[in-house]
Design a protein around this ligand. Structure first.
Ligand code: ADP
Length: 399
């Protein structure tokens, strides 16, 4: 039997097929540019001889429903799935679970209604997630489906940390509060870190830094998330590829008055034109790193601003936790960019966080431990695997 994991974005669909017996990956795929002029689908799987088999398709993929149909055809044509009824379960990453969902759930009509009610809080993502669920239901009505929420891990954050200093009735009437995102990744890497250190998860104070195109930090106190940098939406907090992260909200009023920008333009400015891209014109950290190393001033500035913001959050979470046992780096940048890690942690020795530059520069596909021998706090690089975590949670729920 097999488990399928679907991670639907606003115009993309990431999927992974697992063997249920050992949770080994049978196939990995990505469909992009859904709804655009021309879409692309990629599938990688193992062939009969144990070699790697890769398939690419370019064609119009009008919506998520067509994307899921194409995914099914690709899985069947490549021999990794004979029939959808061969699936023991399907796990969906659902971005927003609001305050209702504190853990993964088996999907029922009531759950779908609740996810739909949360669409105003995640207008780009929750509709794509619902479509994914509905298409699978139509294709394979008897296959159980599980929703794993990006927000769920952060539901343990206490009220003083999740409420904004706004009139309280805005929370009561509009549910305006910090929700936090990337929860599956923060949960996965923090548990992996505890297992690697051979410590009980319930006894460790951990700061996790998920640094990818989207970036967020979390403070985890003895197994409970107590704060995170993303807020009501994934815009708050750290500097990201194209998102500004924290800023003075009065900048928006000022820009609206001075330039006549409307809500849509301001939304796009902060979500799509800011962050690393806004500062240096590029949002790919590999390119920024190369340009900065070549002495280009704007990429270097973007790098400094990116790392300084992370450093401030680490400092804040060291205070929130009363010191940390472990700092964990993950995400495309956190796992690979040695310079970013070094800049973020520079000068923190007095706080008990001492990076070993040589260990930081070493390469390893798995977990790396990169603190100095006398560092009070461990520093780990832990590759994230949200799909694996969703597959695990799906298996646990479907029994
Ligand atoms: P997403 O949030 O889209 O899942 P990822 O976690 O894949 O993003 O991270 C993407 C970011 O990671 C990009 O900025 C990319 O340049 C950066 N990245 C990936 N590999 C490396 C590397 N070897 N060195 C530095 N940055 C890297």
């Amino acid at each position: 039997m097999k488990i399928l994991v679907l991670n639907a974005g606003s115009s993309s669909l990431k999927f992974q097929l697992f063997n249920m017996d050992d949770l080994s990956v049978l196939a990995t795929g990505m469909i992009e540019q859904i709804g655009n002029d021309i879409g692309q689908a990629k599938l990688a799987c193992n062939d009969d001889t144990g070699g790697r088999q890769e398939t690419e398709v370019s064609r119009v993929i009008s919506d998520h429903s067509s994307a899921i149909e194409l995914m099914t055809v690709l899985l069947q044509e490549n021999g990794v799935l004979t029939d959808v009824n061969e699936l023991a379960g399907v796990g969906h990453r659902v971005v927003h679970g609001g305050e209702d969902f504190r853990k993964p759930v088996i999907i029922t009509d009531k759950v779908i209604r609740s996810i739909r009610e949360l669409v105003p809080l995640a207008p780009l993502h929750n509709p794509a997630n619902i479509t994914g669920i509905e298409v699978v239901t139509a294709m394979a009505p008897s296959v159980p489906q599980v929703a794993v929420f990006d927000t769920a891990f952060h539901q343990s954050i206490p009220q003083h940390a999740y409420l904004y200093a706004l009139p309280y009735k805005l929370y009561e009437e509009y549910k305006i509060r910090r929700y936090g995102f990337h929860g599956t990744s923060h949960a996965y890497v923090s548990k992996k870190a505890a297992a690697y250190l051979n410590c009980s998860y319930k006894e460790l104070k951990i700061i996790t830094l998920h640094l990818g195109n989207g970036a967020s930090a979390a403070a985890i106190d003895c197994g409970q998330c107590v704060d995170t940098s993303m807020g009501f939406t994934p815009l708050e907090g750290l500097v990201m590829g194209t998102r500004s992260g924290d800023l003075d909200p009065a900048i928006l009023f000022y820009l609206a008055r001075e330039t006549g920008m409307d809500f849509g333009a301001l939304d796009s400015l902060l979500n799509k034109e800011s962050g690393l891209k806004g500062i240096c014109g590029n949002n790919d950290m590999r390119t920024i790193g190369k340009m900065a190393a070549a002495g280009d001033a704007q990429p270097l500035l973007a790098l400094e601003i990116f790392c300084y913001r992370i450093k401030k959050y680490i400092g804040a979470y060291l205070a929130v936790l009363g010191g940390a046992d472990c700092v964990v780096f993950t995400g495309g940048i956190g796992e690979n960019d040695t310079k970013v890690r070094a800049k973020c942690l520079h000068g923190m020795e007095r706080l008990g966080v001492a990076l070993d530059l040589e260990k930081n520069d070493s390469q390893n596909d798995g977990i790396m431990e990169i603190q100095k021998a006398d560092s009070r706090c461990k520093i780990l690089v832990v590759p994230t695997d949200e799909e694996f975590e969703i597959a695990t949670q799906t298996m646990e729920l479907i029994g």
